[in-house]
Design a binder for this molecule. Structure first.
Ligand SMILES: [Zn+2]
Length: 107
């Protein structure tokens, strides 16, 4: 029941070009790990002007999410930085989190 990628994609509001790669459910550890990346060759809007810009590089980040029942949930994502022709290299915001927060908005 915890391996339904489509269900979690919708529950978390993951939209193109983001994609949910996999869900690891570890019953013994009582945790759920959700892995998010983006489609290869995707362009992301520049956080400053919204212009679709190529990815400069990516960095792995982890967020604590709301528990799923008694299980601790974590979101792991490869966060891209865009390279805008006007604004240079900027960190893309995660749709599921506030900028700079280790916690998701719902937590
Ligand atoms: Zn820009």
């Amino acid at each position: 029941m915890f391996n339904n990628i489509d269900l979690f994609t919708q529950a978390l509001g993951i939209e193109d070009p983001w994609k949910l790669d996999k869900i690891d459910f570890n019953k013994d550890d009582g945790r759920l790990d959700i892995y998010i990346s983006h489609k290869r060759g995707s362009k992301f809007p520049c956080p400053e002007c919204g212009e679709k810009s190529p990815i400069h590089d990516t960095k792995e980040r982890t967020w604590r999410h709301l528990n799923f029942f008694q299980y601790r949930a974590y979101i792991h994502a490869k966060m891209p930085r865009t390279k805008c022709k006007d604004h240079g290299v900027l960190q893309v915001k995660a749709p599921w989190a506030e900028p700079g927060s280790g916690f998701t908005m719902l937590f």
